[in-house]
Design a protein around this ligand. Structure first.
Ligand code: FES
Length: 157
């Protein structure tokens, strides 16, 4: 079954006719050609598909596009310039497949930290261990974690 819906992505409104079973991830990539958001596991385990839904990090493979009609979606095409440059400076990627999700997650994580949202570790300051904890949902198969933490640390200041 299809529905007509509006989706707001990176400040642009789109009119779409979509099967209600289409994930936000597939909608972004296949209907809106926003292919910066990557599909890794397609089951909520890797974080490659991370986007922001009203500013909150979500795995877009686990969200139905039809659930997002009233939300503002932000993808890697819409944020993260400062973080991107830091990733390049700190060699925070190898193959780069996880990078858009890492960057979306890192940008949102810093905003969460600044808003006082506690992590599981609950450290009072943004230590490297705290950064790793807060980005634990984003896996990097190449193991570029040291560079990722260094890049996030630089942006955090
Ligand atoms: Fe969504 Fe892996 S593709 S979490």
């Amino acid at each position: 079954p299809s529905i007509q819906m509006r989706l707001s992505v990176n400040g642009h409104r789109h009119e779409l006719e979509l099967d209600i079973r289409v994930s936000l991830l597939d909608c972004l990539r296949e209907h809106l050609a926003l292919t910066g958001t990557k599909k890794g596991c397609d089951q909520g385990a890797c974080g490659a598909c991370t986007v922001l839904l009203d500013g909150e990090r979500v795995n877009s493979c686990l969200v139905l596009a039809a659930q997002c009609a009233d939300a503002e979606i932000t993808t890697i095409e819409g944020i993260g310039e400062v973080m991107r440059e830091a990733f390049v400076r700190h060699d925070a990627l190898q193959c780069g497949y996880c990078t858009p999700g890492q960057i979306c997650s890192a940008v949102a994580m810093l905003a969460e930290y600044e808003a006082g949202v506690p992590s599981a570790v609950g450290a009072p300051s943004l230590t490297d261990a705290e950064i790793r904890e807060r980005l634990a949902g984003n896996l990097c198969r190449c193991g570029a974690y040291n560079g990722i933490v260094a890049a996030v640390r630089e942006v955090a200041g």
